[in-house]
Design a protein around this ligand. Structure first.
Ligand code: FES
Ligand code: FES
Length: 162
């Protein structure tokens, strides 16, 4: 067994797991963070995307031991009790998801993009979603939602007192 301590959604958590345990299983099975989805389990679908130290990763391809001491953001860490994150709100407003299975991964890929590039072009959004498969909605409404969310976040920054 290996002991893994990570900061997840701002909270420090520790678990003892078998060495072959992936980050995906650590999140879902040890920490009950089931918003991170298990799709293909081989790195093809992006349903398991989370953000580690600011970068989007496929958590099914990362061992839990590799994230020891690192900072992880999952979909549960985005909204507050009374407010959706602007990306989530824009997805809701644009009906950008149907079954929703791909949603956590896609929204976190979008967040990582906007954090790094606050005004992404359509092509940059497409590229950022390149590893995230959606089987039911298609990408047009998602891309529009991400453009709107990026604008909202830029406006929020501009409105902050100096
Ligand atoms: Fe990780 Fe599909 S479950 S990429
Ligand atoms: Fe169903 Fe994307 S909304 S897979």
């Amino acid at each position: 067994m290996v002991t893994v301590t990570i900061k997840v959604n701002g909270e420090t958590r520790t678990a003892s797991v078998a060495p072959e345990t992936t980050l995906l299983r650590l999140l879902r099975e040890n920490f009950s963070l089931t918003g991170t989805k298990l799709g293909c389990d081989v790195g093809d679908c992006g349903a398991c995307t989370v953000i580690v130290d600011g970068k989007p990763v496929n958590s099914c391809l990362m061992l839990a031991g590799q994230v020891d001491g690192r900072d992880v953001l999952t979909i549960e860490g985005l909204a507050t009790i009374d407010r959706l994150h602007p990306i989530q709100k824009a997805f809701e407003d644009h009906a950008s998801l149907q079954c929703g299975f791909c949603g956590p991964g896609i929204i976190l890929s979008a967040k990582a993009l906007i954090d790094e590039n606050p005004a992404p072009t359509t092509q940059e959004i497409r590229d950022a979603l390149g590893g995230n498969l959606c089987r039911c909605t298609g990408y047009t409404k998602m891309i529009e939602a991400i453009r709107v969310a990026a604008r909202t976040l830029r406006d929020e920054v501009a409105d902050q007192p100096a």
